[in-house]
Design a protein around this ligand. Structure first.
Ligand SMILES: C[S@@+](CC[C@H](N)C(=O)[O-])C[C@H]1O[C@@H](n2cnc3c(N)ncnc32)[C@H](O)[C@@H]1O
Length: 244
């Protein structure tokens, strides 16, 4: 992280826009990996669905026996932390893995890109073992800045994305079809999940923190939604497949 970016993050911290999505994810994934280890000792099998180039699950790598990543795009270079990678369209027919393959599935900042989110979440449900856990994060359209960003015509958004994203490889087409807390909860329930828990975190300053003007806009966005949980920019959802 550059010094300028660290200073910006410190300011976000001082303004009390906490916890970060990274902190919340870590606190969520740790117990989920532990539960998987208790259920499948010596055979903890985990999927990062839409893995991109890195995964918050790397922190738990030593507790994962088989770590699989899938993405619609093959990575430019192999991902050393994975045991297997497969190119998979999560919105496709679901035949990529047998039913009940994984103890834990993470899909981190992916749902906003899905053309068919209901199909994708149904596939993830199918690939989970009974009693398994799904963790997803995505953006929240109830935040006015997120709604505006998702609402831009594709061409305008494509021109904006390089201002915000680290590299062109991080600028994926956005759909935003299942991007508010109610839609996420309802789509998870329709897929068959139960014990669905949702929380929201302000993440715009960090997500847009690469340049000072977009950082300032993101910071303003986080501050205006800080007192309204249903409008914070980022949704973290945890859901379980019923069963053993
Ligand atoms: C914002 S990136 C997040 C990457 C990674 N999960 C992370 O946390 O850094 C979104 C990822 O979802 C992938 N993606 C988008 N639509 C997909 C689909 N239908 N099937 C599989 N992967 C998809 C993109 O290729 C991209 O790698």
């Amino acid at each position: 992280m550059t010094r300028a970016k660290r200073r910006r993050y410190d300011l976000v911290h001082r303004l009390g826009i906490e916890p970060t999505i990274a902190v919340r994810l870590k606190a969520t994934l740790g117990p989920a990996v532990d539960a998987a280890a208790a259920r499948s000792p010596g055979n903890v099998t985990v999927l990062d669905a839409g893995c991109g180039r890195t995964s918050p699950l790397i922190s738990f790598r030593d507790r994962i026996d088989r770590f699989v990543g899938v993405d619609i795009h093959a990575p430019a270079t192999p991902l050393p932390y994975l045991d297997e990678f497969a190119t998979v369209d999560l919105c496709g027919d679901g035949a990529s893995f047998p039913e009940g393959s994984f103890d834990l599935v993470l899909s981190n900042f992916t749902v906003e890109h899905f053309a068919e989110p209901a199909t994708a979440l149904t596939n993830l449900y199918r690939w989970l073992r009974p009693g398994g856990t799904l963790v997803i994060t995505t953006v929240n359209r109830r935040h006015p800045f997120v709604a505006a960003y998702l609402g831009f015509p594709d061409g305008a958004r494509r021109r904006l994305q390089p201002l915000i994203k680290e590299t062109a490889a991080d600028a994926h087409p956005l759909v935003g079809r299942c991007n508010d807390p109610e839609a996420v909860a309802a789509t998870l329930a329709d897929a068959g999940f139960e014990r669905i828990e949702l929380e929201t975190v302000g993440n715009l300053a960090r997500a847009w923190g690469r340049r000072l003007p977009t950082f300032a806009l993101g910071l303003a966005g986080d501050l205006i939604a800080q007192g309204s949980p249903s409008r914070r920019s980022t949704i973290l959802a945890v859901a379980r497949k019923p069963g053993a």
